[in-house]
Design a protein around this ligand. Structure first.
Ligand code: GUN
Ligand code: ZN
Length: 433
C-alpha cells in the first residue's frame, strides 16, 4: 500500500450547483490535504484534520500557494484536427470539405497517427485535461494509435473510429460493413482495457447511410457500457441537409433515435438549435450534450443555451472541439462559455463553470463514479493550478475576496500557463517548466 498526500488550497464540486445551490455544491479548504492511496482518493479535507491521520511513511508533497482541483474533462475533441486548427473563413460544411477531410486523410499512415496521438495527449496534459471523449478518423489504425498511446499513460480516454460511408471524399470513406467490423475489432481490443472506453462514433447523420446507423445501434445494444458520440444540430445548412435526407423524421435528433442511438450513453456535440421537445427527449433518454463554445463561435454556428438544457435537466459537459474549437484549454473554454451564456441572457457562475469542467463532464461521459471530484475511492486525476502564472493574474487574484471570485478570475483569464502540475492516478504526468 502506498500512501501519498498533497498539501495546498483544495477545491472540488460534490454536486451540480444548479440543483443544490452554490454553498452545498462544493468543498473548499484554504489549507487542504488530498490523500491518495494506490492511485485512488482516500480522503480530501483540511490539512489540520487529516495530517495527523497519515501513516508515518506517507510521502507528502507541498503545493502550498497552488490550488488543487480535479482534472478537467473534455467531452468533445478531434485528435486528427491538430494540424488544421485555426483554418480561415468557412462555416461547417465548407470547413469540413476544404480543410478537415483532406487533413484526416493523412491518418491512413500509422506513423503519422502515432506521432499525432502522442502530441495530442501531451497537449491535453499541458492543459490539465485528464479525461476526454475523442474522435478518431475513419481509419481503424488511427484509433488504435490513440488508444495505445493513452493506455501507456494510463489515461481515462474514450474514443472511437469515425463512421462515414456517404457524402464524404473517397479517402475518408468506409462502408457500412467495414465500419461495423472495425468498430467491433476496436471494442474487442481496447474497451475496458485499463482506463479506456470505446465510443461508437457516427460522424454525423449526413455522412452515414441507414445501414451504417442501423449497425451502430446494434453495437450499442450488444455492448451495454460502450458510449455513442456524434454531432447534432450544429449549423443551419447541416440541419436543412438532414431534413432533405430524412423528410419523414421528426427533427434531427429523431434521426439518431430511429436507429437506437439516443441512449443514456450518448453524447451529442453542439445541440445549438434543438427545440423544446428535443430537449425533453434528450432528458428522458438521459443523453448528454457537449457544449463547445469556442468552436460554435469560430465556425459561426450559433449560441448554445445552457439554460434550456438546465431547464429540461439534460446532462452537459464542456467540449473544446479542437480543431473547430480554438483552444485545448478548458479554462479558456469556460471563458467563452461565460460569454455565450451572457449573450443568451443568463449568467454562468464560477461554481457551475468548474462543475461543467469536472464532475458535470464526467457524468456526461457516464464516468461520474470514477472521476470528476475527490470523493473517496475515485481515481486520483488532479491538477495544481498556479495562482500567479502571469503578472496580470498574480495581481488580480490578490484582490479576490473568496474562492468563487478566485475561480471566476481563473476561468476568465486562465489558460495552459495556469496548469502547474497534472497528476494521473496520483502520479505526476506533467509539470510546467
Ligand atoms: N460535424 C461533422 N464533422 C464535424 C467535425 O469534424 N467538427 C465539427 N465541429 N462538426 C462536425
Ligand atoms: Zn466535433
Amino acid at each position: 500500500m502506498s500512501v501519498k498526500a498533497y498539501r495546498g488550497a483544495l477545491f472540488h464540486l460534490t454536486e451540480d450547483p444548479a440543483l443544490v445551490g452554490a454553498e452545498a455544491s462544493h468543498q473548499y479548504e484554504v489549507d487542504g490535504l488530498l490523500i491518495v492511496e494506490d492511485g485512488h482518493v482516500q480522503k480530501a479535507g483540511a490539512y489540520a484534520d487529516l495530517a495527523p491521520t497519515l501513516p508515518a511513511d506517507a510521502e507528502v508533497t507541498d503545493h502550498t500557494g497552488g490550488l488543487i482541483v480535479p482534472g478537467f474533462v473534455d467531452t468533445h475533441i478531434h485528435y486528427p484536427q491538430l494540424d488544421m486548427i485555426a483554418s480561415y473563413g468557412e462555416k461547417l460544411l465548407d470547413w469540413l470539405n476544404r480543410y478537415t477531410f483532406p487533413e484526416e486523410a493523412k491518418f491512413a499512415d500509422p506513423a503519422h497517427a502515432a506521432e499525432c496521438a502522442e502530441f495530442f495527449l501531451d497537449e491535453l496534459m499541458r492543459n490539465g485535461t485528464t479525461t476526454a471523449l475523442v474522435y478518431g478518423t475513419v481509419h481503424k489504425g488511427a484509433t488504435d494509435a490513440l488508444f495505445a498511446a493513452a493506455h501507456k499513460r494510463d489515461m481515462r480516454i474514450a474514443a472511437g473510429k469515425a463512421l462515414m460511408d456517404r457524402n464524404v471524399p473517397d479517402a475518408v470513406r468506409d462502408t457500412a460493413e467495414s465500419g461495423d467490423a472495425d468498430s467491433r475489432a476496436l471494442i474487442e481490443a481496447w474497451h475496458g482495457k485499463g482506463r479506456l472506453t470505446y465510443a461508437v462514433t457516427p460522424r454525423f447523420a449526413p455522412a452515414c447511410s441507414d445501414d451504417q446507423l442501423t449497425r451502430a445501434g446494434k453495437i450499442l445494444e450488444e455492448y451495454p457500457d460502450v458510449l455513442m458520440h456524434t454531432h447534432l444540430s450544429e449549423n443551419a445548412d447541416e440541419i436543412a441537409w438532414v431534413k432533405e435526407l430524412y423528410p419523414d423524421a421528426d427533427g434531427y435528433l429523431d434521426v439518431y433515435a430511429r436507429f437506437g442511438l439516443l441512449t443514456d450513453r450518448s453524447v451529442f456535440a453542439h445541440c445549438i438549435h434543438l427545440d423544446g421537445p428535443e430537449y425533453q427527449r434528450m432528458a428522458e433518454a438521459d443523453a448528454a450534450i457537449a457544449f463547445c463554445p469556442t468552436s460554435n463561435l469560430f465556425l459561426g454556428s450559433g449560441l448554445f443555451s445552457l439554460k434550456e438544457a438546465e431547464k429540461y435537466g439534460v446532462k452537459v459537459g464542456l467540449g473544446t472541439d479542437v480543431g473547430a474549437g480554438t483552444s485545448f484549454s478548458i479554462l479558456e473554454t469556460m471563458d467563452e462559455a461565460y460569454k455565450v451564456c451572457h449573450l443568451k441572457g443568463h449568467k454562468l457562475d464560477a461554481f457551475k463553470a468548474f462543475y461543467l469542467a469536472t464532475l458535470g463532464g464526467a457524468r456526461a461521459l457516464n464516468m461520474g463514479e470514477h472521476v470528476g471530484n475527490f470523493e473517496p475511492g475515485k481515481e486520483a486525476d488532479f491538477l495544481v493550478l498556479d495562482l500567479a502564472p502571469t503578472p496580470l493574474l498574480a495581481r488580480r487574484l490578490k484582490t479576490c475576496k473568496n474562492i468563487e471570485e478566485t475561480l471566476f478570475v481563473l476561468a476568465m483569464l486562465g489558460d495552459d500557463r495556469t496548469i502547474a502540475h497534472t497528476y494521473i492516478m496520483g502520479e505526476q504526468a506533467y509539470s510546467k517548466g
